[in-house]
Design a protein around this ligand. Sequence first.
Ligand code: SF4
Length: 358
Amino acid sequence: MDHSDRIFIHGVSLPELQEWITQAGEQKYRAMQIWEWLYHHQVEDWDGMKNLPKTLREKLSSSFVFAALERESVQESETGTRKILCRLTDGELIEEVLIPAADRRTVCVSSQVGCMFGCAFCASGQLGVKRNLKAGEIVGEVLAAQREYGDRITNVVFMGIGEPFDNYDEVIRAVRILNDPDGFCLGARRITISTCGVVPGIQRMEDEGLQVELSVSLHAPNDTTRDALMPVNVSWSLEELMETCRIYTLRTKRIITFEYTMIRGINDTEQDLADLIVLLTRFPCRVNLIPLSEIEEYDGRTSKRETVEKFINRLEKAGINTTVRWSKGVDVNAACGQLRSKSMGNSLRMKPVPQQSL
Ligand code: SF4
């Protein structure tokens, strides 16, 4: 079916839906009814909206479409983390990762088909970007994850395939829809946007008035190493990035988390540690150390345990709030994109689980 002339319903805000309803000659309260079907009952087609007249359902279906995600395959790690390969309505593939914990059901969503940033350790970045996801598709990922869990999603992280700030408008639109108290009602603080360091995106976020968490993939304490690992650094240098983050923190009063993947001999030397401390003591922030998950596509090796422990001790001594993830690449706070998901496939012996529709 050709959906090209119709809009994804899950990418429409409540005020926009109210405006559409009025223009369609319907009563305004119908918009809230539709909204409840979408986000409280989470129906998957128009026929499920049982208290709407058939004529209205027909009008809706001629203007809007559901962002049905077809589940292509699912792999599960020993820790219960699930990587789901989803086919979008135009046939493109994306991944989402479900990370269950005792009190959390987190979904890691993709924001683009592919990525243009080409980080050295990331498979998806090496293929370039094919297209941006629409907000309705991103919200669709979250709803699909909730169906997969069979329980409410508690946290959404934009750390799947793609750079969220390279698709800024649709990502922020999706965040606002997920955050709507009358709809999905996910607290903004339970949503994390992770950027590889797209400075204009961080600057725009300052004015959004959103309480979302911001995470920045740092991965190196100097331009030479960062240039080699993350080509984004050529566009926005470390100095420019850190100054932007300082101003963001000052203006929003929000604490940024810096992700630092530890790679043996590349970014874990004594000098790297000293430089990292200088960088991270400029303003209040957190750092998350992630021993590299070794993957086929990148020949870097993970840091030794004693090196990671030295980093933790010295960073904490310098007053920097430090966490470390030893989770073999499945942790949600790892670097964005395929670093984590590829490594799950390779090193965690993910096993396929039976197919069923999302
Ligand atoms: S790690 Fe993230 S920003 Fe870098 S290439 Fe991969 S998806 Fe893009």
